[in-house]
Ligand binder design. Structure first.
Ligand code: BGC
Length: 744
């Protein structure tokens, strides 16, 4: 009987296939159900598992082609600061460089979604023109701790800023008819033991912080895909979490794209597929075998299988490969370099400017110090890297901007750089600036240079990237050589009545409190992409008035961050992946919602530079604001006037201090922000910001609900999180609540 059934089934399948072939059934946007019916289980399963591929060298992954049904393969490639593919190919002299745009932390410092969208509109065109269907970006985990090695791929310690930036990023890329993958979903806030670490996070902290930014990006950006992370979240791998991938992401937020795994194989493929993780990347045959066995045994139901396959087909019909797009392999790299440069100009943060040290006049003789003045940190390492043709350095940029450089000094650094690079190559080491030695400059030379030059510019650099977190000594903190150099330069230049400017060319936050008094001005371009050095030069010269603000807090000491207590920064990578130090296997997010300014502000803690801080070469006044509230939320308007002597842009940060209700609340939380256009001296602009009642809510774990308390809400308009220029208030008469399903 069994045998008869089997033969009948086989005949039926063959008939369907013959029918499909005879009728030339090929995938269209409107025949997905028909295609599903025509697919064999093997074909369906293949579609759920990534495929090997080589059409775009160094692309991260592919999806399977099923030729007989006209289902094309699609191509997935990294990453946040630009497309990462190999720049040269065998058998051709043609090159395939991509633009290295400013890294995400710098983009967030613009506080301007338009800047981000302009960047990613250009970036998305490179994705399209190089034959890629999905860019594996934006990275958008929160800056829970300054040592996370991938923070440069992420935006901010604040979920609203992070979410708005990511949504703008997604819109820009997807305008080109290619997709994005917001990653890494979720709570992937450290690199150490990233494949296995269990992030143990309260529901409130998850909802208000670590999921909130994804919620905004998904709802406002509508990404084609989401990438689940490597780590576990409260015991389950995120890629196997039904609560995360289905209950929250799809049912609650309305996500209708595909979820793909991050690039590692976990054992429980079946659990992942059932939880709503549609695509396993990069894909291994064993995953297909597991899925096939589970479908055959009924562990994965036909509906579950079809649900995931349908999601993938819905994705495929949107791709350039499906449209047979004839990509050129020739995006306009020249035009995109300009986009990258403008974005950096709109984002650089001025941290200190004692007695208007900056801008310089432009004709000064500059003594340029620091190995990173030659080996400029444009981007971080790992999958966030981009193969650009060239990354401009500060030597080139300052010369091009018209400054006269102390040639002996620049030659010295060029030589040191060449020697270090040659040694690294000889030893077969990866070029990694964490191993780059800052050369010493003798006190005698500094004395002479201080006499011969008009100003000292010191570039201090830090690199990090995927697979490793940063450490405190010699990384978060300055090295002994850097400190000594800074002290000697400061002493000697000040003796000569000359100024010292520090350029912080770092992928993440560094300690500044102990040495900032040694510098007259500090400029923070982060890792600003291939053109960023030019943007720094324009800021130094005053051709560009800086308007960036910090997307995170600079603490006085590393241990001031509450998350530092549970960040395994002392773990020694040489001991192997599974060391048994505290918080390697799991990380307690014991600090709950108290990260960044939420903690520092509420506890009146001194910080080195607060969240939202950044100086300008001009000044701005804020008018009395107007706040109009109703039961939908409130609308605020405020007029900003440029009261200084040069044109500039100002970011207005809207914070809300909410009544406690049943919950402990941060002293203030960012609820909206807006940036003026370039205002001429004397010019004003009225900014309007809207906040919905839902956006005002805090998460009550006991009720599993978002809740706004009744009472008086203070609305604070700040130039930073502590520099509040204007306030208003409104009342909510009746508490409101938005219940949600429990995730676990
Ligand atoms: C990273 C992802 C990246 C993927 C593909 C993974 O190791 O975590 O961010 O997109 O590799 O390169």
């Amino acid at each position: 009987m069994k045998r008869t059934c089997f033969i009948a089934l086989l005949c039926l399948t063959c008939c369907i296939h013959a029918f499909a072939q005879n009728n030339n059934l090929i995938l269209r946007e409107d025949n997905i159900d028909e295609i599903l019916k025509a697919m064999t289980t093997e074909e369906k399963v293949a579609l759920l598992v990534g495929a090997p591929g080589a059409s775009v060298p160094d692309a991260a992954g592919y999806t399977h082609e099923i030729e007989r049904l006209g289902i094309p393969m699609t191509v997935l490639a990294d990453g946040p600061a630009g497309l990462r593919i190999r720049s040269t190919r065998e058998g051709t002299d043609q090159t395939f460089y991509c633009t290295g745009f400013p890294t995400s932390t710098l983009l967030a410092s613009s506080w301007d979604p338009e800047v981000v969208e302009t960047v990613t509109t250009a970036m998305g065109n490179e994705v399209l023109e190089y034959g890629v269907d999905v860019l594996l970006a934006p990275g958008m985990n929160l800056h829970r701790n300054p040592l996370c090695g991938r923070n440069f791929e992420y935006y901010s310690e604040d979920p609203l800023l992070s979410g708005k930036m990511a949504a703008a990023y997604v819109r820009g890329i997807q305008k080109n008819g290619v997709g994005t993958s917001v990653k890494h979903f979720a709570a992937n806030n450290q690199e150490i033991n990233r494949l296995e670490n269990d992030a143990r996070v309260s529901n409130r902290a998850l909802r208000e912080l670590y999921l909130k930014n994804f919620e905004i990006a998904v709802k406002e950006g509508k990404p084609w895909t989401v990438m689940s992370s490597y780590n576990k979240l409260n015991g389950d791998y995120t890629q196997q979490s039904q609560g995360l991938l289905t209950t929250v992401l799809r049912d609650e937020w309305g996500f209708d794209g595909i979820v793909m795994t991050d690039w590692g194989v976990k054992d429980n493929t079946v659990k992942a597929a059932k939880a709503g993780n549609d695509l396993m990347e990069p894909g291994r045959p064993v995953e297909e075998e597991r899925l096939l066995a589970a479908v055959n045994s009924g562990e994965i139901s036909q509906e579950e299988l079809d649900r995931n396959v349908r999601n993938i087909l819905n994705y495929i019909v949107k791709t350039p490969h499906f449209r047979h797009y004839k990509f050129s392999n020739k995006p306009n790299l020249e035009a995109n370099a300009t986009v990258a440069r403008r974005a950096a100009e709109n984002s650089i943060v001025l941290l200190k400017n004692e007695d208007n040290t900056l801008p310089l006049k432009g004709n000064e003789k500059v003594a340029l110090y620091g190995i990173c003045s030659v080996d400029f940190v444009g981007i971080g390492t790992g999958s966030g890297w981009v193969n650009t043709k060239h990354i401009a350095n500060m030597q080139e940029a300052l010369s091009e901007a018209g400054f006269a450089l102390d040639e002996n000094l620049t030659e010295y650094y060029r030589l040191c750089y060449a020697t270090q690079t040659a040694t690294e190559k000889m030893e077969g080491r990866n070029i990694d600036k964490r191993h780059r030695q800052e050369p010493t400059v003798s006190l005698k030379s500094i004395e002479r240079q201080a006499q011969d030059n008009d100003v000292a510019v010191i570039v201090l650099g830090r690199v990090a990237g995927e697979g490793a977190d940063r450490v405190v000594p010699d990384d978060f903190e300055l090295t002994a050589i850097e400190r000594e150099m800074l002290q000697n330069i400061s002493m000697n230049y000040h003796k000569e009545g000359k100024n010292v400017v520090v350029v912080l060319n770092t992928v993440g936050v560094v300690e500044t409190a102990s040495w900032k008094h040694l510098a007259d001005a500090i400029v923070l371009p982060w890792a600003p992409g291939q053109e960023g050095a030019h943007a720094v030069a324009e800021v130094l010269k005053g051709k560009v008035n800086p308007s960036g603000k910090l997307p995170m807090t600079f603490p006085v000491n590393y241990m001031d961050n509450p998350s530092s207590k549970n960040f395994p920064y002392t773990w020694d990578m040489t001991q192997g992946r599974r060391g048994n130090r505290k918080n390697v296997d799991y990380t307690d997010y014991e600090e709950g919602i108290w990260i960044g300014y939420r903690y520092f502000q509420t506890n009146n803690m001194e910080v080195s530079y607060p969240f939202g801080y950044g100086l300008s070469y001009t000044t701005f006044s804020y008018s009395k604001p107007k706040v109009k509230a109703d039961k939908e939320g409130f609308t605020a308007t405020i007029t900003v006037t440029n009261t200084g002597k040069v044109a500039g842009r100002e970011v207005v940060e809207l914070y809300v201090a909410a009544p406690a209700g049943d919950l402990e609340k941060p002293a203030r939380e960012l609820k909206a922000f807006a940036k003026t256009k370039l205002l001429a001296p004397g010019e004003s602009e009225t900014l309007t910001m809207k906040v919905s009642a839902y956006e005002l809510a805090s998460f009550n774990e006991e009720h599993s609900a978002w809740e706004t308390a009744a009472g008086t809400y203070q609305v604070l308009f700040g130039a930073s999180s502590i520099d509040i220029r204007s306030t208003a208030s409104f009342r909510i008469g009746k508490a409101q609540s938005w219940p949600v399903k429990m995730m676990w």
